[in-house]
Design a protein around this ligand. Structure first.
Ligand code: ADP
Ligand code: MG
Length: 300
């Protein structure tokens, strides 16, 4: 009997969250272990389908870094990163598009559908979803000067045309987005998936942005998983970036959260995708997990 009561109370605990988020858009950046481990993969898909069935509108933006690096290796190319962004030459931008929009996107669509959802795969080119321009990385040269480095066909988002996503949401479909974009000249750009997720969340005025990754969240000390920062006010980010606490792959994540918050998204979360059903835990329980970045000025 005890366990039945416990089961009922778990469901009841979810009620306020179902009420609060029903009809709201939640953008999820899917990547890391949650995309590689078979069990975690299915857990995430179940979470997404459940969200949809209780009335939320999940929108998925996926990464695929390791798979791109794998394919590059098979083609005899070495992956290189500057500030967490992939150096992308002409061949690499093609490889990235094939792997992201061709393979990974369709795998995710299939998985969601197998779990009872109706997913539709898109990339930045579909219905002009993501317009982009060349990104230059700010790096410090050997003599200490700040220079703008050319890292190839890496894009910044210049505009999002979210109409196709809204149409799909309204008709009950789950949009799954591969992170590339197109320049005015028709050039394809590879864009960091965190960056795309933040821009999409902003353009959709989403309720939440959730970034799944392979660490507990933002750590004060990268080597100490117990140094998790649970809540980070927007105004404190600058200092953490300047002092190097936040670096490499975490940089596009915090920038993504900043973009989303400034565009009116209520809350942004960086959570541990290595935990089973981390999405459900974040959305449907009181405690939440990982790091939430909030704009306190906006909330108060
Ligand atoms: P993803 O596939 O989720 O985008 P990334 O490797 O691009 O993963 O980004 C996450 C990585 O960012 C972590 O594994 C860690 O090495 C790095 N990182 C940099 N600064 C921090 C920090 N303050 N807290 C946690 N991770 C950090
Ligand atoms: Mg990354």
């Amino acid at each position: 009997m005890e366990t039945l009561v416990e089961k009922a109370s778990v469901l009841i605990e979810a009620l306020p969250y179902i009420r609060a988020f029903s009809g709201k858009t939640i953008v999820i950046k899917y990547g890391g272990s949650a995309m590689e481990d078979e069990t975690l993969k299915h857990n995430v898909m179940q979470d997404i389908v459940l969200m949809k069935y209780v009335g939320m509108n999940p929108v998925i933006v996926h990464g695929g870094g390791p798979q791109i690096s794998d394919m590059m290796k098979r083609m005899g190319k070495e992956a290189e990163f500057i500030q967490g962004l992939r150096v992308t030459d002409r061949e690499t931008v093609d490889i990235a598009e094939m792997v992201l929009a061709g393979k990974i996107n369709k795998e995710i669509v299939l998985l969601i559908n197998q779990h009872g959802g109706e997913a539709v795969g898109l990339c930045g080119k579909d219905a002009n979803l993501i317009q982009a321009q060349k990104h230059f990385a700010k790096v410090t040269s050997a003599n200490g000067e700040q220079i703008m480095a050319d890292i190839g066909f890496v894009g910044d988002v210049t505009q999002v045309n979210p109409k196709i996503i809204q149409v799909l949401e309204e008709e009950g479909f789950i949009p799954v987005i591969a992170p590339n974009g197109v320049g005015e000249d028709g050039q394809t750009y590879n864009i960091n998936a965190d960056t795309v997720a933040g821009e999409i969340a902003g353009a959709l005025h989403a309720e939440k942005l959730i970034l799944l990754t392979d660490v507990r969240g933002i750590l004060r000390d990268k080597d100490d998983e117990d140094s998790l920062i649970s809540t980070l006010p927007l105004v404190e980010i600058d200092e953490l970036v300047k002092t190097g606490v936040i670096s490499t792959g975490m940089l596009p994540k915090v920038e993504s959260c900043i973009t989303a918050l400034k565009a009116g998204v209520t809350k942004t979360h960086i959570i541990d995708g290595r935990i089973s059903h981390s999405l459900l835990l974040e959305i449907f329980t009181e405690r939440g997990i990982g790091t939430e970045i909030v704009d306190e000025g906006q909330e108060g």
